[in-house]
Structure formats: C-alpha cells, structure tokens
Design a protein around this ligand. Structure first.
Ligand code: ADP
Ligand code: ZN
Ligand code: ZN
Length: 735
C-alpha cells in the first residue's frame, strides 16, 4: 500500500497539518510529489483540493484512511525545492503551509472560455513519444486535424486531460483560448535592439557576478550604483550569461507600471524569452506566464515580488532592482520578504542573488559591511552629470512675506524652465496621513523625546500624539524654540500644488500623478508617456514619479516639502527621505541638460538633507546607523508590531491593554522592550479603530514565538470576537 501526504487547500489554521490518503491502484505510478489532487475531506467527504508533499509506504494513523479521488493536472505544480521553500516560509512568516503553497502557484484559471489545441514541433514527435502510446495517438490525430477544440479531441479519442497535457509538456502541442489575452507589453515590444558595450567599470561588476554563477555556497551581492550608472545593462549582461549557461533568471522590480523603461530594455534585448507579470493581469494571464516558465518556453521573468515564484527548474540568478523599496515585503499573509526569500532560493538552488540600488536600505548596507553581502560599486554616471542640488531654507520665506508653498527661488526656476520650453517635475514626498506640526519661523518640530519620532497631529482630539508610545500633548500656543505664533500643520497634497502652479503660471500645461489619478489599469503609462511626448510642461506627483524614469527634457526637479517625509513619525523617516530625494534628483539633467534640484525645507541643516545634497550615501549611512544603534532600532533589533482593529474602540483598547499586561508578565527578565499600546498611525480605517504595540527583541525567532505565545494566552482568556489581529515581524511601515 502507498500513501500520500496531502496538505488540504483550505486556509483554516486548525487544518494546517499533513493528512494521509491511500493512493488507489489506478493512480500508482502516475502520482508524484508536487501534484494537485482532489480528495474527499471532512464528514461530508466533500471534494477538496489538496497538494501532495510526500509519498510513503507507511501511514502513522490507524484510522480508516480515505482514497485520493483524482489528479487535478497530471503534472507536478510544485518541485521538491518549491515545497521546501514553502515549508521555510510557513515557519519564518508564521502562517500555514497551505497559504504558502497557494502563494507560490498562481490561482489556476477556471475557464469559461473555450480551449483549443494545436500541434507543434511534430518533427520531434517520434523520438519523444516512443514510450507513450496514448500520447502518440493524440499526436497522430492532431497532425491530421490541426488546431481543434480541446474538449472535442478528448471525447473523440476518449483520452484524459493528463495525456493531452503530457503532450503539451513535451512541447508537441499548445493550448490556447478563444479569449483574447491582452498583452500589456506586446504593443510596445518593437524590434530587438543591441545593447551598448559595457564600460570598464560595468564590466568589472559583471565579471564578479558571472564568476559566481557556477559556484555554490555563496553570498548575495549588493550592487550600489549611483543613479544613471547603468545598472540595467549590468543586469542584462548577467542574465545573458546565465541564459548561455542554460539557466534561467528572475528580475524583480518594485512595481511594473512605474518602471516601464527597465522592462522595455529587457524586452528589446531578450525578446520572446522574456515574460512580464504585473498586478493588472487576470488569473488566466498569470497562469499562462507560469506555464510558459514551467515548460521552458521563456527563460527570464520580470515582475514584482511574486515573480520570485516563477517555476524555473534551473534558476541561475535572481536580481532585485531598487532593493530598498518597501514593496518587496508582502503586507498580507504570507508576509514574505522577497530579499529573504531570494536568499533562501540561493541556499536551496545555489542561485546567484544580486540586490541593486543607488540608495541601499540601511539594513542591506549594514549587512554588506558585516560581510553578509558582497559589496559591488558603480560610482560614476554614464554620459551624465550629477544635477546641482540646493536646499531652500523655507524659514526665510516667511521673513520675506512669501506665503506661497513655493519659495521665491523655486517660482523663479519654474518660470525659467518654462520660458526655455523645458520640463519641470514637482515632487511631494508624502506618504499616507502623516501630518506633523512645526513652527514656520524657526522650523521647530514637535516630537516625543523618549521615542525620537515626531508627533502626529490628531484632528479628532486636537492633540499631538506619539505613535510609538502613545504619549499625548496639547498644542502649545507659542513655539518652544523661538516664541513665535506661526505654528503650522503640514498637510498639503498634490492637488494643492497643481492649483498653485495653475495660479502662478496660467499658461503652463500641468499633469498630476498620484493614487487618485492612476486608478485605472493603464493610467500610469498614459500619464508618463504623455509627459515624455512633451504634452505637458509640469508633472506634479508623489513617490510614483521618483523611480527609474528617463525624461531628457526635464531640467528642474522641485521637492516641495522635504519635511513631509522627514518629519513623519517613522524611525526610518531620514532613510526614506534620503532615498526619495536621491531618486527624484536622478530624474533631472539626463541627456545634455544640466539639471537643477531644489529641496524646500525648514531644516536645511538636517544631516539627511545635507548628505542628499552632496549625494553622499556613505556619510549619511554613518550618521543614521549611530542613531539606530543608540535607539535600538533595526538592524540592531528586530521589531514586531501587533495591530488590533475593531468597530468598538473601547473593546479594542481594553484588549490591547490586556495583551500588554500578558506581554509584561511573560517578558519579565527577558530582553524585550515594549512600546505602546498607542493609536496606530492611521487611527481609524473604514470605521474600525486601530491600536498597536511594538516589541523590540534581539532574536527574531524568539521574538516571534513570544508575541504569538502571548497572543494565544489572550485568546484563551478573552473573547476576541469583533477584533482582528495583525502581527508583522520587521514591518516596512510602523502601522
Ligand atoms: P541606472 O539604472 O543605474 O540609474 P540606467 O541603467 O538607466 O542607470 O542607465 C543610464 C543610461 O545610460 C541609460 O540611458 C543607458 O542606456 C545608458 N548606458 C548604460 N550603460 C551604457 C554604456 N555602457 N554605454 C552607453 N550608454 C550606456
Ligand atoms: Zn513616544
Ligand atoms: Zn519657532
């Protein structure tokens, strides 16, 4: 008797274990580890999807076991390595194995559409089908009929989908659907272009990485290359080498719609071998991409973090571009971090991992200095000069009587650029609802001393609140720094900026790009290409316009309110701001124009602004890492955030205080530090009140276990109905 170890495809936590099923005779020899199966489950024996993660001769239970009903696909959807990866994810990110397995494969499209099958590469049929009579029959049939409806073929020949798919697997037939699959990148996919020859600098980096492709037991690379240093060409050369060695490559970008030019270059170079996944895809389209990767029809997958799961069987290299970006960590379960997961792939497959950025995250650079990553550098721009970056001291404006959100200097620079028929980018680095309070005269910012983060203004209570420890304060009448009454709540948006441009420069054509103007599927690309075609003079936008864009006519970038992110109540405020300024500055002065960047700030002496101005990452890092060390923030500790949300605020607060007491009790004498409970950054969403606790701990594993142990204690004691709990280890944003 043979048994299968099956994971049931239902999400409930209590079902998160192995179930044993008898493999019926008809499936012996057909069933393999990694296949999707249909099994009877529960009292009603409902047909349920399951995943075979092992096959054995003994089952540990004495209970009467049920039999597997059928195979779903007839081929394994998971390799053994992918199952190992899923197990690792389930443990690391504290979630069920089912969730992880389902995260790795695409939702298999349930079609309404009609499928057709067509023969291809028939010259190989004889050799490939020697040992499968059934498939040879189908091939013979297909040769005669040509493209035919799949269902018709199956009924006429009385064959299973498994045998047909076997043929597809061998590349002797392709299945297509009548539904027109819209390929986002087909339209722009012009002729193949030759890449330039790498410079000596680029070649040095390429050689280092390429020599790694054969070698196992290695460490990830961190490629720190300034904006415009030609990182994309380096990536492409590495990918090219991997392909020539018969391996495949995965290239991650933060968000496809924001990096159209990078994707375009890969398509121009590798043509049909590349496939792109993106968030706008339907399940069917995603499945198609996955299948193409599985059957070896493509060798390069580009996409956001989920592209990491492209089912290549000889994965040579994973490249993570803009590695500092927060989108690389999933905020829904499984809350995987693409960098950590790529490094696990390195361990499992011996894959080379390259993390690239002009402004690596503090964490990554720290690891590089510790020797965990191998640091590679590109210090020079190709054919480009660095733009001149200036900080504009906004405290002077009030003295000059200027109440506009644009300094006199910025107004003048915009006017000049427009007169010159050049283009301008106005950038607002605002994230979410960060509203801080500061003095317009001296720049003093109200903040919490014990957490070293700024207070957030709460309109509802008209109070200043520390979002880490929960401390509250009334807003003083006068500034404690200079005694003036010019206390200001910061809360400008892109709409206001656009209105201001229209007022000051009525003749200018202005485009806006933010979450509001990009709700439809193709809107990012439309706005960006309209601007690239010169249909507008000014582009106003958020973070969305900061990334890898190449607009040759842009001569001026204005950072309207640098303090907006610098003063946000996140311990990474300076890191985020430095990254944003550096990135957005990289948009200025491409081609022949010398670019100018104006950073408007009330704190021009701040180290973040100072080093961003000089484009000096290393000095910035040195100051920032000292701050982290002193305040015991990552990378020196691990953080765990626990967020409760519910409609009844009183219950939410009561429960989270109970949790705090439990954490206190079980944390005694251990090295944990708890901050809060406090209102979350966004204290109410969809009528649900949100409160949270932060815990710091030295060891990630212990911290995680401690947090979940205490949460379970709370669940045992109290009714948690109506409250949802969200736990994240090392979140990219403090909720
Ligand atoms: P990064 O991603 O590092 O900001 P890019 O990859 O966008 O930089 O490269 C900047 C520009 O330099 C692009 O227009 C690119 O085509 C060009 N470039 C890169 N490498 C070379 C090279 N070896 N010779 C000529 N031009 C190059
Ligand atoms: Zn505080
Ligand atoms: Zn003041």
């Amino acid at each position: 008797m043979k048994y299968a170890e099956v994971i049931i495809g239902l999400k409930a936590k209590e079902l998160d274990r192995i179930y044993y099923y008898i493999i019926p005779d008809k499936l012996i020899g057909l069933i393999e580890v990694g296949m999707r199966v249909s099994v009877p489950f529960g009292r009603g024996n409902r047909k349920t999807e399951g995943y075979v993660i092992g096959i054995c001769d003994e089952a540990p239970t004495k209970h009467t076991l049920k039999e597997i009903s059928a195979l779903k696909d007839g081929f394994p959807v998971f390799s053994k390595e992918r199952i190992e990866l899923a197990k690792w994810m389930a443990n690391k990110y504290y979630c069920t194995l089912t969730e992880c397995l389902q995260c790795i494969i695409p939702k298999i499209a349930k079609d309404k559409t009609v499928k057709y099958i067509s023969p291809c590469n028939m010259e190989n049929a004889e050799a490939l089908l020697k040992r499968s009579k059934r498939q040879a029959e189908i091939a013979e049939f297909l040769k005669k009929t040509g493209r035919i409806e799949l269902d018709r073929l199956m009924s006429e020949l009385n064959v299973s989908s498994a045998s047909v798919l076997g043929l597809v697997e061998k590349g002797l037939a392709v299945i297509d659907e009548t539904e027109v699959i819209r390929d986002f990148y087909k339209a722009t996919n012009a002729e193949k272009k030759n890449s330039p020859t790498p410079t000596a600098d680029q070649q040095r980096v390429i050689n280092e990485v390429v020599s790694d492709l054969e070698y196992t037991g290695k460490k990830p690379f961190l490629l720190m290359g300034v904006t415009g240093s030609g990182k994309t060409l380096v990536y492409m050369e590495i990918v090219d080498k991997a392909l020539k060695m018969g391996k495949q490559a995965i290239v991650l970008v933060p968000e496809i719609s924001l990096t159209p030019q990078t994707v375009q270059r890969f398509i121009e170079r590798f043509g049909e071998l590349v496939s792109v996944t993106h968030s706008g895809m339907t399940d069917g389209e995603r499945y198609d991409q996955w299948k193409k990767a599985r059957t070896g029809r493509i060798s390069v997958m580009i996409g956001p973090r989920s592209a990491l799961f492209a089912p290549f069987d000889n994965l040579g290299v994973v490249i993570i571009d803009e590695e500092h970006e927060k989108t690389y960590k999933s905020d829904i379960s499984p809350k995987y971090d693409a960098i950590e997961t790529a490094i696990k792939l390195q361990e499992i497959y011996g894959t080379t991992v390259v993390l690239g950025s002009a402004t690596p995250s503090i964490n990554s650079y720290y690891k590089a200095l510790q020797g965990e990553y191998r640091l590679l550098e590109l210090k020079n721009r190709i054919n480009m000069k660095f733009p001149d970056i200036y900080a504009v001291d906004m405290r002077d404006e009030i003295v000059l009587g200027n109440k506009s959100m644009f300094s006199i200097r910025l107004q003048k620079a915009i006017g000049e650029a427009l007169a010159d028929k050049k283009q301008v980018i106005l950038f607002l680095n605002r994230r979410g609802h960060s509203t801080f309070v500061s003095c317009r005269k001296c720049g003093y910012v109200f903040g919490c001393e014990s957490c070293s983060v700024n207070y957030t203004y709460h309109k509802r209570e008209n109070k200043l609140v520390c979002h880490y420890c929960g401390a509250e304060e009334d807003i003083p009448e006068v500034c404690p720094g200079c005694g003036s009454k010019y206390i200001k709540y910061f809360g400008i948006g892109t709409e206001k900026i656009m209105a201001e441009v229209n007022k000051l420069f009525p003749e200018a054509r202005v485009l806006r790009m933010d979450a509001d103007t990009t709700k439809t599927r193709d809107s990012h690309r439309q706005i960006l290409s309209a601007f690239a075609r010169g249909e507008a003079d000014v582009l106003v936008g958020t973070q969305m316009i900061a990334k890898g864009l190449d607009f040759p006519r842009v001569v001026l970038v204005g950072v309207v309110a640098a303090d907006m992110s610098l003063n946000s109540s996140d311990f990474r405020a300076a890191e985020n701001t430095f990254q944003l300024i550096t990135q957005v500055a990289g948009r200025a002065g491409r081609a022949d124009n010398v670019g100018k960047v104006l950073i408007q700030t009330y704190m021009p002496e701040n180290y973040c602004i100072q080093y961003a101005k000089k484009n000096d990452y290393v000095s910035f890092y040195k100051e920032e890492i000292e701050f982290r060390r002193q305040m015991k923030y990552p990378p020196f500790t691990n953080l765990c955030t626990i967020l409760f949300s519910g409609e009844d605020e009183k219950t939410v607060i009561t429960r989270i205080h109970e949790l705090a007491a439990i954490l206190e009790f079980y944390g005694k004498g251990k090295n944990y530090e708890r901050i809060g409970p406090a209102a979350a950054m966004v204290s109410k969403i969809h009528d649900k009140y949100r409160h949270r606790i932060i815990i710091k701990g030295l060891e990630e594993e212990k911290l995680k276990n401690y947090a979940f142990y205490c949460l379970n204690k709370l669940r045992e004691r109290e009714d948690m109905g109506g409250i949802s709990v969200n736990v994240t280890i090392n979140p990219k944003y403090i909720p």
